[in-house]
Write a protein that binds this ligand. Sequence first.
Ligand SMILES: Cc1cc2nc3c(=O)[nH]c(=O)nc-3n(C[C@H](O)[C@H](O)[C@H](O)COP(=O)(O)O)c2cc1C
Length: 181
Amino acid sequence: MKISIVSSSTRRGRISHRIALALEQAIHEKGHQAEVIDLAELALPPFEERFALLENPSAELQDLNQKLIATEAFIFLSPEYNGAISSGLKNFIDLFAKDPFSAKPIGVATGSTGAMGGVRAAYQLQQNILTINAFPHPRMLMVGKMDQVLDEKGRVVEPSYGRSQDGFLTAFLDFAQRLSS
Ligand SMILES: Cc1cc2nc3c(=O)[nH]c(=O)nc-3n(C[C@H](O)[C@H](O)[C@H](O)COP(=O)(O)O)c2cc1C
């Protein structure tokens, strides 16, 4: 399957991007294609109108839209900021919804340097995903103390994280494959 991981922290010194790198590597090891869509590299415009209604979308937006259309399953990854998903991820969802996401499986992954792993953002994100006509998987990856479980290259330094990630991915990939067949 073609899986895109949307990494949505654009903060200097960000930590949650480590989860994107770890997921990408683990998905490859499970025999699927994985690509990180890094919102920090894209610098999307603040939401003005939906992509489908833009008169002259930039080449960058058109390329990204094509990439989203070609994606079979997504993982949306967000840090928790003030009890919510990142504004960058909400901006991305509002800009491209709903066509490239409709009827596709989307996994939820959140991270925090605190103990709770971004649980409030995770449940909000499930609701957002339903609203864009996509299918959120019930099992979510919520990573507490994310600065301590992965190094800067996304290598696992805390074995319990590796087990959580593997449980999440095994369930999500099974769900995604059933949905697409
Ligand atoms: C603006 C802001 C708001 C935050 N709000 C929360 C929060 O609601 N819950 C939480 O667990 N951590 C919160 N934190 C701490 C983050 O978990 C921590 O800074 C984390 O590294 C953010 O992810 P990032 O490094 O990928 O940007 C907040 C951090 C920032 C900068």
